[in-house]
Design a binder for this molecule. Structure first.
Ligand code: SF4
Ligand code: SF4
Length: 124
C-alpha cells in the first residue's frame, strides 16, 4: 500500500544519511528520483497491481482482438506452450491458464491483433 512506498522513501533517505562512503550515499538515488517523478507508477503497482507502461509481466495479459485477427496461425505456430487455439482464417484465442506472457505472439502478429492489457482488467 501507500505506506510501503513511504517506508521505501524513508529507508532510502536513511541509507543516504547513514552511509560512510559516497557509494552508499548515492545508492538510493535511483529509488528517490523515480519516486519523485513517477510516484503514481509506484502507487499503481502497489495499490492496484497494474503497470501503466504494460511492461511488468506479472501484471499484464495478452488478448487477441476478434476484429483484427485474420486467422493466419502464425502466433499459434510459435507459441512455446501451445497456448493459442484457432484454425486457419478463424479467430485465435489465447489460453490465459497456460500463457507464460513471453510476448512472442505479440511480436509475431503482423496484423497487430495481439493486445497487451492489464491483467486485472481481464479478471486474471
Ligand atoms: S498472428 Fe495475429 S492475425 Fe495471425 S492468428 Fe495470431 S493473432 Fe490472428
Ligand atoms: S504471450 Fe507467449 S505464451 Fe502467451 S500466448 Fe503469446 S506466445 Fe503463447
Amino acid at each position: 500500500m501507500r505506506s510501503d512506498i513511504d517506508l521505501l522513501e524513508t529507508l532510502s533517505r536513511n541509507v543516504m544519511r547513514g552511509s560512510l562512503c559516497g557509494l552508499g550515499a548515492t545508492a538510493p538515488n535511483p529509488v528517490l528520483t523515480t519516486l519523485r517523478y513517477f510516484r503514481e507508477e509506484y502507487v499503481a503497482h502497489v495499490a492496484s497491481r497494474t503497470c501503466p507502461a504494460l511492461a511488468c509481466r506479472d501484471f499484464i495479459a495478452f488478448e487477441i482482438d476478434e476484429e483484427t485477427c485474420t486467422g493466419c496461425t502464425a502466433c499459434a505456430a510459435l507459441c512455446p506452450v501451445d497456448g493459442i487455439a484457432g484454425t486457419r482464417k478463424h479467430l485465435h484465442v489465447i489460453d490465459a491458464a497456460v500463457c507464460i506472457k513471453c510476448g512472442v505472439c505479440s511480436d509475431t502478429c503482423t496484423f497487430d491483433a495481439v493486445e497487451t492489457v492489464n491483467a486485472v482488467d481481464t479478471g486474471q
